[in-house]
Design a protein around this ligand. Structure first.
Ligand SMILES: Nc1ncnc2c1ncn2[C@@H]1O[C@H](COP(=O)(O)OP(=O)(O)O)[C@@H](O)[C@H]1O
Ligand SMILES: CC(=O)N[C@@H](CCC(=O)OP(=O)(O)O)C(=O)O
Length: 305
């Protein structure tokens, strides 16, 4: 056999191995509901954004019901800076006065949401953009007087999202909430967590710009592979988290408390991280699970690296 033929055969064999490894995951996950939160920090690069979008298309083709919830914190920061408006956070949440709220609306609903809808449609999806205010999907109330128009989610209505899914469209949700006196700036991690709870989602995935949760964000060897629900609460109580990881881990703890079985933080800037996490035995990122293993047939994997 010629050398080139052998190389081609080895390549083909490794492709078949990949498919064989993916098969049990593909069959187990078909028909499940996944809420994917796409953080603004992972959206900066257009090529990587296209890969995320193509991965989501593949999930849909594999029968997964995907609800995409997005942030856009970095893009909000840029526009605020361009407009000479202050950028200020408290415990990972943006201090939001009325002028900031207008910018948040403009960026999340007007720009990021529509860009994702367009990109998904380019890949063959039928995507529908939803502001959390549409159909009263995210009903909010003031979170803290010091934060201005930041909203805590009071109630989630999944009716619009379910209708969109049932009609074969992919819902793309911007984290803006509605309250008695207008719109609220809802943190996108919290929005994704609450939507996952309300939809009884099988899996909640956070796509961000780091490989997962670090014990110490300055030490790359401190990446955490697995955390149980109790350990997640202990971590929150230890006050050791910083910046954007605070609302993320808080919403993960809430989601686990409400019965979401599996949550994972994945690096959305790593090519095809979504597929690695979902369709390989090893998975990737930091996996958060209930204290007790799920019933047989649950999606939990036995190991995670
Ligand atoms: N313990 C930690 N582990 C991982 N990331 C952390 C930690 N503490 C703070 N961070 C920061 O959280 C950031 C991700 O949160 P954020 O910027 O809000 O992203 P996103 O836009 O995806 O929500 C990381 O870039 C990292 O700098
Ligand atoms: C209250 C609050 O902090 N809202 C966030 C909403 C966007 C967001 O969460 O975006 P990321 O997911 O990219 O961080 C903000 O204004 O930045």
């Amino acid at each position: 056999m010629q050398k080139r033929d052998r190389r081609q055969r080895d390549l083909a064999r490794s492709k078949v191995e990949t498919l064989t490894e993916a098969l049990p995951w593909i069959s187990q996950m078909s028909g499940k509901t996944f809420v994917i939160k796409y953080g603004g920090s992972a959206m900066e690069d257009d090529d990587l954004c296209r890969q995320v979008v193509s991965d989501i298309e593949l999930l849909k083709l594999m029968g997964i019901r995907v609800v995409l919830v997005h942030g856009g914190g970095k893009a909000i920061n840029s526009l605020l800076t361009d407009l000479n408006l202050p950028v200020s956070f408290k415990d990972g949440l943006r201090v939001t006065d009325d002028a900031t709220m207008e910018v948040v609306q403009e960026v999340l609903v007007g720009r990021v949401n529509q860009h994702l809808v367009w990109a998904l449609n380019e890949f063959g999806h039928n995507a529908v953009g939803i502001s959390g205010a549409d159909g009263k999907t995210l009903q909010a109330e003031p979170a803290d007087p010091e934060l201005g128009r930041v909203g805590r989610i009071r109630e989630v209505s999944c009716e619009l999202i379910e209708t969109v899914l049932e009609d074969g469209y992919t819902p793309v949700v911007a984290s803006v909430g509605c309250g008695a006196d207008g719109f609220y700036n809802v943190n996108a991690d919290a929005a994704a967590g609450k939507i996952a709870e309300a939809m009884n989602a099988d899996k909640l995935i956070y796509l961000t710009d780091v490989d997962g949760l670090y014990r110490d964000v300055c030490d790359e060897d401190s990446l955490v592979a697995n955390l149980t629900r109790s350990e997640t609460h202990e971590l929150l109580a230890s006050d050791s988290l910083d910046g954007g990881m605070i609302p993320k881990v808080r919403s993960i703890a809430d989601a686990l408390d409400s019965g979401v079985r599996e949550v994972v933080i994945v690096n959305g800037t790593f090519p095809h991280a979504l597929l690695l996490e979902i369709y390989t035995d090893a998975g990737c990122g930091t996996l958060f699970t209930q204290d007790e293993p799920g019933p047989s047939g649950s999606l939990e994997r036995s190991s995670n690296v």
